[in-house]
Write a protein that binds this ligand. Structure first.
Ligand code: AMP
Length: 214
C-alpha cells in the first residue's frame, strides 16, 4: 500500500504511522522528521529551517519536495509499501508528488483524511512529548513515560517540541486551513479520500483504519 496520512497538526498522524509501520511493514516518510534531522546537523540550511518551523509557517515547497524526491528515487524500496506523514502540505506538493510517483510507477492507493475537533488537537499537542533519540511519541496525560523525561523504549531524552506551544499551534492551524485543507478536494477528485474520525482514542482509530487495508 502507498498512502498519505493527511490531517491537522496533533490529529495523530505520527502515532498512527508508528502502528501502520509495524502492522503492514510500511516505510514511514515524515517530512517534519526529515527537516528536524537537517536542523540537528546545525548547517546554515538547518538554521533557516528552524526559524520557519518555530514560527509555525511552512518550509518552501521546493525544499521539501526535493527531500521527498531524493528519498523516493534513491532511498526507498518501491516494492514495499510506504506512507507519507506531513507531506504533501500544499496542492503544489500534492501535484509534484503525483508526478514523482508516476515517474517511478508507484502511484498512491489512497489518502487517510484524519480529522478531530480543535480542543482535542490542542490537548494532544500541548501534552505531546517526543524521544530525541528514537522519535517515540508520548503524552503527559494519555501516555506518560514510566520514568519522567526518559524514553520507555530506548532510554533517550524525552522533550517537548518547541513548536508545540499554544501560540505556534494557533499559527500552524491557520496554515493548515489555508494551505493544506485544499488538498482534500484535490484527492477527492481522484476518489482517493478515506475519512477517519480521529476524535476517537488511538486504539479505535486503528480499528477504523484497518478496514481500508482489507
Ligand atoms: P510536523 O512534524 O509534520 O508537524 O512538521 C513540523 C513543521 O515542519 C511544520 O509546521 C512545518 O514548518 C515543517 N514541515 C513539515 N512538513 C512540511 C511540508 N510538507 N511542507 C512544508 N513544511 C513542512
Amino acid at each position: 500500500m502507498r498512502i498519505v496520512l493527511l490531517g491537522p497538526p496533533g490529529v495523530g498522524k505520527g502515532t498512527l504511522a508508528g502502528f501502520l509501520k509495524e502492522k503492514y511493514d510500511l516505510a514511514h516518510i515524515s517530512t517534519g522528521d526529515m527537516l528536524r534531522e537537517e536542523i540537528k546537523k546545525g548547517s546554515a540550511l538547518g538554521l533557516e529551517i528552524k526559524s520557519v518551523i518555530t514560527s509555525g509557517a511552512l518550509v518552501s515547497d521546493e525544499l521539501v519536495t526535493k527531500l521527498v524526491q531524493n528519498k523516493i528515487e534513491h532511498d526507498l524500496d518501491l516494492k514495499k509499501g510506504f506512507m507519507f506523514d506531513g507531506f504533501p502540505r500544499t496542492v503544489t506538493q500534492a501535484v509534484d508528488l503525483d508526478a514523482i510517483l508516476a515517474k517511478v510507477g508507484a502511484p498512491l492507493d489512497f489518502v487517510l483524511n484524519l480529522d478531530a475537533d480543535f480542543d482535542v488537537l490542542l490537548k494532544r499537542m500541548t501534552g505531546r512529548r517526543v524521544c530525541r533519540k528514537c522519535g517515540a511519541l508520548f503524552h503527559t496525560v494519555t501516555k506518560p513515560t514510566l520514568k519522567p523525561g526518559i524514553c520507555d523504549l530506548c532510554g533517550g531524552e524525552v522533550y517537548q517540541r518547541p513548536d508545540d506551544n499554544e501560540k505556534t499551534i494557533q499559527a500552524r492551524m491557520e496554515v493548515y486551513q489555508q494551505s493544506t485543507e485544499p488538498i482534500i478536494n484535490y484527492y477527492a477528485k481522484q476518489n482517493k479520500i478515506k475519512k477517519v474520525d480521529a476524535n476517537l482514542e488511538a486504539a479505535e482509530v486503528r480499528l477504523a483504519v484497518a478496514v481500508f487495508f482489507k
